[in-house]
Design a protein around this ligand. Structure first.
Ligand code: SF4
Length: 703
C-alpha cells in the first residue's frame, strides 16, 4: 500500500485555500485544510470535499464525444480535434471570421494552462466574436479600473486584515471567501476586525451571512447603491471630511467630484434607497473619521443598472478619504507573476467602446462583447451573424441572462464544440465535446487570484494524479485546436503555436516568475509545497498607475455623463417585487451540483421572501411558488424569512438541471430552478452592457 499527502491550492473558487489531500493506492482518502499554508492557515469550506466527488464522478466525461442524432459516440482525440478545427475553419471561410464565437467560462481563470492557451486560441481564431464570464458579473469593476487607473486589471483589494472600518456593498464574503478579494477564511478575518474594535457595515437587501456579523446592516433597495454612494460623498464634502492626503498630489478631478455630488443629499436619495437619511449621514461620518477604513463592493453592485457607476464611486469614496494605497484601505498587490506589468509593458492595458455590437450597439470591453448580446448575435441574420461557437469551461445556459433564450439560440447553430468535463445544459447543444482532465490531474498556479489577494503569496503544485490514459489538459485541447487552425494561417501563427505547445504552460510560468518583481523560480516554489509568504500589501502609487501621466483620474467623462441617467430614475416608483441573487456555501456556480456531498441535505434552491410579502399573497414556507418575469417563469419552493427586505425576493444562481439529454445524474435528482430563466438580457447597464441580475422585476404567486 502506498500512502501520501499532496498539498495544493483548491482551484474551485477565488479563495485559493491550501488543501492537504491524503491518497492511498491512487485513491483519495481524505481532504483537509493545509494548516501550513501561510495564507489560508488551514481554512477550507465544504466545497473542497467536492473535489473528490468531481474527480471520481462517473458522469464526468473522459473521452471526446461526437453527437450523432440523439446519441453520443466516443471518438479519438485526433479525430475530434481535426473535425472541430475543420468545421470552424469551414464556417469562417464561408461566412467570415466573426461567424465563429468563443465563450470562456469562469473556471478558465482558475486554470493557468486554460487561461494562457485560451488567449493563444483566440488569437489564432482571429474572430471578434469573443465572450466570457467577465461580462456576467465583474466588468464594471474592470471598467472603473481602466478609466481611473489606466489598466483594466489594476483592481484595488481591501486590506481587510489591517482595517478598522469595512464597508461592504452587495457582497457576501463570509460565503464567497472574497470575490475580486481573495481572502481565505474571511469570517475569521472579520471577527478579528471586530475584536480589535473595528466596525463592519454591510449594505445589502438581504441579511446575508456577512450582514449577520455586521455592526450595522443596511437593507438597501436593489439598484440604488450608486445613489447611496453619491450621498455619502455629498456628506463628506459638505462636512469638510475630505482627506485625500498624499493622493491629492497625483489625482485629477477632485473639484469635479465636489460639484457632482452637491445635489445628492441624504434627504434626496433616502426615499429611493429605502434607507433613513440619518443613517446615511452617520455612515459617511463614521467612514471618513475611522483611523483606517475601506469600501468594497461586489456582484450585488456590479450586476445592476448602474454597476459601472457603483464601481467607480466606491473607488472615489476610498480616494477622497485617503483610503487608497494605504494600510487598512484599498491596496494593490505585487504578485510573483505580474501579468499587469507584463501586459502594460507591451501596451495591453485594456480598452473600452472601440466598437459596438452588431445587433444592439452595446460597447466592447477588452475585446469582448457583453454576454447579454450572444443570443441575439446568433439569432439575427446578416453579415457577422454568429453561426458557430466554442465554449470552454462555461455553461451560459444557466449562468448568462435569459439563459433559456440562449439555449434555444445554441440549438440553431451550424456547429458548436464544447471543451467541458460534463454533458450539461449548454454542452448538450454541441456536435463535439472535448473533455479536459480534471484539476487534480493538472499542475496548478494561480496567475489571477494571487493578483487579487489580501496578502502577497505564491503557491505552485504539480498534478496529483497522472492523466487518465489518453486524457488531455485544457491547454492541450486549446493548443491542439489552435495548431490545426494555424495551418490555415500564416507562418507566424504556426510558429507561435508550435513553440507554445512545445514549452507548455509550465514553461511559460517559469518565465513569468523569472520576469516578475519577486524574481522567484519555479524550483523554489516546488520546494515549498505549502506556498510562500511574500508579505502584506504595500503602497505602490503613483508608480503602479498605468495612465500615461501616472495620475489618478477621479472623474472620467464617460462615468460623469452616466450620472444624469441615475438622476432621471430618482423619482421612479419601484416595482412591487424585485429579484436578487444568492451565493450558497455548498454551491459553485452551475457546475458542482453533481457532487453528492455538496447537494445532500435541505433544499437550497428556494425563493426567499419577507413575511409581509408572503402574507400579502397568502403564501407560506415550503409551498411551491411560481415566479414570473418579462422573459420567463420558474417554480421554486418558498422560504419565508425576515432576512429579506420587504419587496425583495432572492434565488440562488446556477441551478436548473431540468433539460433532457443532460448527463448529470446527481444534479438531475435535485434540479432546482434557474434564476437566469428570469433575468432579462434586454435589461443591462447601458454604459457597459452588463446585465441586470440583481433587481429584476418579478411577480410571485402560489403554484
Ligand atoms: S473557499 Fe472553499 S471552494 Fe474556495 S478555495 Fe477555499 S476550499 Fe476551495
Amino acid at each position: 500500500m502506498t500512502a501520501a499527502t499532496h498539498y495544493r491550492a483548491c482551484h474551485l473558487c477565488e479563495a485559493i485555500c491550501g488543501v492537504a489531500i491524503a491518497v492511498e493506492d491512487g485513491r483519495i482518502t481524505g481532504i483537509r485544510g493545509d494548516v501550513e499554508d501561510p495564507f489560508s492557515k488551514g481554512h477550507i469550506c465544504p466545497k473542497a470535499l467536492g473535489l473528490q466527488d468531481v474527480h471520481e464522478d462517473k458522469d464526468r466525461l473522459r473521452r471526446p464525444l461526437r453527437r450523432e442524432g440523439s446519441t453520443w459516440r466516443e471518438v479519438s482525440w485526433d479525430e475530434a480535434l481535426d473535425e472541430a478545427a475543420g468545421r470552424l475553419a469551414e464556417v469562417q471561410a464561408e461566412h467570415g471570421r466573426n461567424a465563429v464565437a468563443l465563450y470562456q467560462g469562469n473556471p478558465t481563470v482558475h486554470n493557468y494552462g486554460a487561461l494562457l492557451f485560451g488567449q493563444l486560441f483566440a488569437k489564432v481564431l482571429r474572430s471578434r466574436s469573443l465572450y466570457s464570464a467577465t461580462s456576467v458579473d465583474q466588468l464594471p469593476h474592470m471598467l472603473a479600473s481602466l478609466l481611473m487607473f489606466g489598466h483594466q486589471l489594476l483592481l484595488p483589494v481591501p486590506d481587510v486584515d489591517r482595517t478598522d472600518f469595512f464597508l461592504v456593498l452587495g457582497a457576501n464574503p463570509v460565503v464567497s471567501n472574497g470575490s475580486l478579494m481573495t481572502a481565505p477564511g474571511i469570517e475569521a478575518r472579520l471577527r478579528k476586525l471586530k475584536a480589535r474594535g473595528g466596525r463592519l457595515v454591510v449594505v445589502d437587501p438581504r441579511r446575508t451571512e456577512t450582514a449577520a456579523l455586521a455592526d450595522l446592516p443596511l437593507p438597501i433597495r436593489p439598484g440604488t447603491d450608486a445613489l447611496l454612494l453619491l450621498a455619502l460623498l455629498q456628506v463628506i464634502h459638505e462636512e469638510a471630511l475630505l482627506t485625500p492626503g498624499r493622493l491629492a498630489d497625483f489625482t485629477d478631478g477632485l473639484g469635479v467630484i465636489a460639484d457632482l455630488v452637491r445635489p445628492f443629499t441624504p434627504e434626496l436619495v433616502a426615499p429611493a434607497a429605502g434607507l433613513a437619511a440619518g443613517a446615511i449621514r452617520g455612515l459617511a461620518r463614521d467612514f471618513a473619521t475611522a483611523p483606517r477604513a475601506v469600501a468594497y463592493g461586489r456582484v450585488g453592485v456590479s450586476t445592476q443598472a448602474f454597476g459601472a457607476l457603483c464601481a467607480w464611486l466606491i473607488n472615489v469614496l476610498n480616494i477622497v478619504t485617503g483610503r487608497l494605497d494605504t494600510a487598512g484601505g484599498a491596496m494593490f498587490t505585487r504578485p510573483a507573476v505580474d501579468l499587469l506589468a507584463l501586459a502594460g509593458r507591451i501596451g495591453q492595458r485594456g480598452h473600452f467602446d472601440k466598437g459596438r455590437s452588431r445587433v444592439r450597439g452595446l460597447p466592447e470591453f477588452g475585446g469582448e462583447w457583453p454576454v447579454a448580446t450572444l443570443a441575439e448575435e446568433i439569432e439575427t441574420p446578416g453579415t457577422g451573424q454568429v453561426r458557430a461557437l466554442i465554449t470552454a469551461a462555461g455553461n451560459p445556459v444557466l449562468s448568462a441572462p435569459n439563459g433559456a433564450r440562449l439555449g434555444r439560440a445554441l440549438a440553431g447553430l451550424e456547429f458548436m464544440v464544447a471543451i467541458d468535463i460534463y454533458l450539461n445544459e449548454t454542452t448538450r447543444h454541441a456536435q463535439l465535446i472535448l473533455p479536459p482532465s480534471f484539476g487534480l490531474e493538472q499542475d496548478h498556479y494561480d496567475v489571477v487570484f494571487h493578483t487579487l489577494a489580501v496578502r502577497n503569496t505564491a503557491r505552485y503544485a504539480p498534478a496529483l494524479f497522472p492523466r487518465d490514459g489518453g486524457a488531455r489538459a485544457d491547454w492541450q485541447i486549446l493548443g491542439g485546436l489552435a495548431a490545426r487552425l494555424a495551418r490555415r494561417r500564416g507562418p507566424k501563427a504556426r510558429l507561435t503555436c508550435a513553440l507554445l505547445n512545445r514549452v507548455g504552460p509550465r514553461g511559460v510560468l517559469r518565465l513569468l516568475l523569472r520576469l516578475g518583481p519577486r524574481g522567484l523560480s519555479l524550483a523554489e516554489l516546488e520546494r515549498s509545497p505549502h506556498g510562500v509568504d511574500l508579505g502584506p500589501l504595500e503602497p505602490c502609487l503613483p508608480e503602479r498607475l498605468f495612465t500615461p501621466e501616472h495620475r489618478l483620474r477621479l472623474a472620467p467623462q464617460r462615468l460623469l455623463d452616466d450620472v444624469a441617467r441615475l438622476r432621471e430614475g430618482l423619482a421612479a416608483v419601484p416595482p412591487a417585487l424585485q429579484l436578487i441573487g444568492r451565493r450558497e456555501l455548498r454551491s459553485n456556480n452551475s457546475w458542482m451540483h453533481n457532487s453528492v456531498r455538496l447537494t445532500k441535505g435541505p433544499e437550497r434552491c428556494t425563493l426567499q421572501m419577507h413575511p409581509d410579502d408572503a402574507t400579502a399573497r397568502g403564501l407560506s414556507t415550503g409551498q411551491p411558488v411560481r415566479v414570473r418575469s418579462r422573459v420567463g417563469e420558474i417554480v421554486a419552493p418558498l422560504e419565508v424569512t425576515s432576512d429579506m427586505r420587504p419587496g425583495v425576493v432572492c434565488l440562488p444562481h446556477g441551478w436548473g438541471h431540468r433539460y433532457d439529454g443532460v448527463r448529470l445524474g446527481v444534479a438531475q435528482q435535485r434540479p432546482g430552478a434557474s434564476a437566469n430563466d428570469l433575468t432579462d438580457d434586454a435589461e443591462v447597464d447601458r454604459l457597459c452592457g452588463t446585465a441586470v441580475l440583481n433587481g429584476v422585476t418579478v411577480q410571485v404567486s402560489g403554484e
